[in-house]
Design a protein around this ligand. Structure first.
Ligand SMILES: N[C@@H](CCC(=O)N[C@@H](CS)C(=O)NCC(=O)O)C(=O)O
Length: 356
């Protein structure tokens, strides 16, 4: 699924060096993604979907090669649990971007480019909907996990809540990075030093809206923007969900009894090569306030229809049925995890067209 590619661009910050960048293999056939898998939405009860055997994806692979996945044909994708698990594994997934709201786009762009060493990758204004986006990161969107900032006209303040934790940035020298950030007037909320209960040198800085960024000392990496940390109320429930419904791997789990928390790193590639979702469970805390600032992670998929069915099968709440977005035509589906954290799956081919 993950192949090392010769880099086409180098990292944008002098504190990062990027020798290898992760990239998707583009060799998988388009045919399979075109094979029909029709969305039925909520019309078919889950029990019926569970009951389908022996085919993993009845009617999908063999019968409907001429049909369009975007059609509104009400036909069941009779997915089995086994088929859904296989699909989540064989699909070409990666974290594309994380979306959140900021009160002043220019202020945040200045902070991310001058203090965090990111590049401004693209901007768009959608006046009909009264919002603008800016995409920033350490490498091109084709290969790197990036941030998608949203500015809603006239809204200059958001509530970050207590559930969102931080974004992680891997840097080769945390002390040097912190000095640089301080020199530029950035806010450092935790001085550099070994993490409590561990050895990795970390520091925390806060952006102009109050989003925290953890700086983590690491060697050169193709993916300096490396973590999104969200707090969850039941870690095993979340691990199970992200493994089964999202096809992520549990890359690492670490309990820190001294500080009464456990973390689980979930992702699609090795932690030192690709961005991960860091789930944190604080002993005894079941609920968090999600505020209105953080929005979602976007993940690439080859088939939003299959992906949505698999998510439903494993208990995810699909909040936007799969299909093309009006106007843009990019196919997406959105869902909530057991804690209510939102993710959006985006069709890989449509996304590549957006970037072209
Ligand atoms: N109670 C913490 C648990 C997670 C945690 O402590 N994470 C580590 C990083 S993996 C941390 O922030 N350590 C703070 C420090 O070492 O000063 C939270 O919810 O943020």
């Amino acid at each position: 699924m993950w192949v090392a590619a010769i880099p086409t661009t180098s990292s944008s910050s002098p504190l990062f060096s990027a020798d290898l960048r992760p990239s998707f293999s583009s060799s998988s056939s388009n045919t399979s993604r075109r094979l029909a898998l029709f969305q039925l939405g909520s019309a078919i009860p889950q029990a019926k979907l569970f009951g389908a055997k022996p085919s993993k994806w009845n009617k999908a692979e063999s019968n409907n090669t001429g049909a369009s996945t975007t059609g509104n044909i009400a036909q069941a994708s009779t997915i089995t649990e086994e088929g859904a698990l296989d699909w989540a594994k064989e699909d070409k997934r990666r974290l594309l971007h994380v979306v959140y709201r900021v009160g002043d786009l220019d202020r945040t762009i200045k902070f991310y480019t001058e203090c965090l060493g990111m590049k401004l990758l693209r901007q768009r204004d959608i006046p009909e909907e009264k919002y603008s986006n800016a995409f920033l990161g350490y490498g091109p969107e084709e290969t790197n996990f990036v941030v998608e900032l949203t500015y809603n006209y006239g809204v200059d303040k958001y509530d970050i809540g207590t559930g969102f934790g931080h974004f992680g940035i891997a840097v080769e020298d945390v002390y040097k990075m912190v000095d640089l950030i301080k020199a530029k007037g950035g806010k450092v909320t935790r001085e550099p030093g070994p993490v409590k209960g561990g050895t990795t040198v970390i520091a925390f800085v806060e952006d102009p809206d109050g989003y925290k960024f953890e700086l983590l000392e690491r060697g050169p990496t193709p993916e300096p923007f490396c973590q999104v940390m969200l707090r969850v109320g039941d870690l095993d429930r979340s691990i199970n969900f992200y493994e089964k419904a999202f096809g992520m791997k549990l890359l690492r789990k670490r309990d820190n009894p001294e500080y009464k928390y456990t973390i689980a790193m979930m992702g699609y590639g090795p932690e030192d090569q690709s961005a991960v979702l860091e789930l944190t469970y604080n002993y005894g805390v079941k609920d968090y306030d999600k505020g209105n600032a953080y929005a979602q992670i976007a993940i690439g998929t080859d088939d939003v229809y299959r992906t949505a069915e698999a998510i439903k099968l494993f208990g995810g709440q699909v909040t936007r049925e799969p299909g093309p977005l009006p106007g843009i035509n990019t196919k997406i589906t959105a869902c909530l995890d057991p804690d209510g954290w939102k993710s959006v799956f985006v069709d890989n081919v449509d996304f590549a067209k957006e970037l072209a």
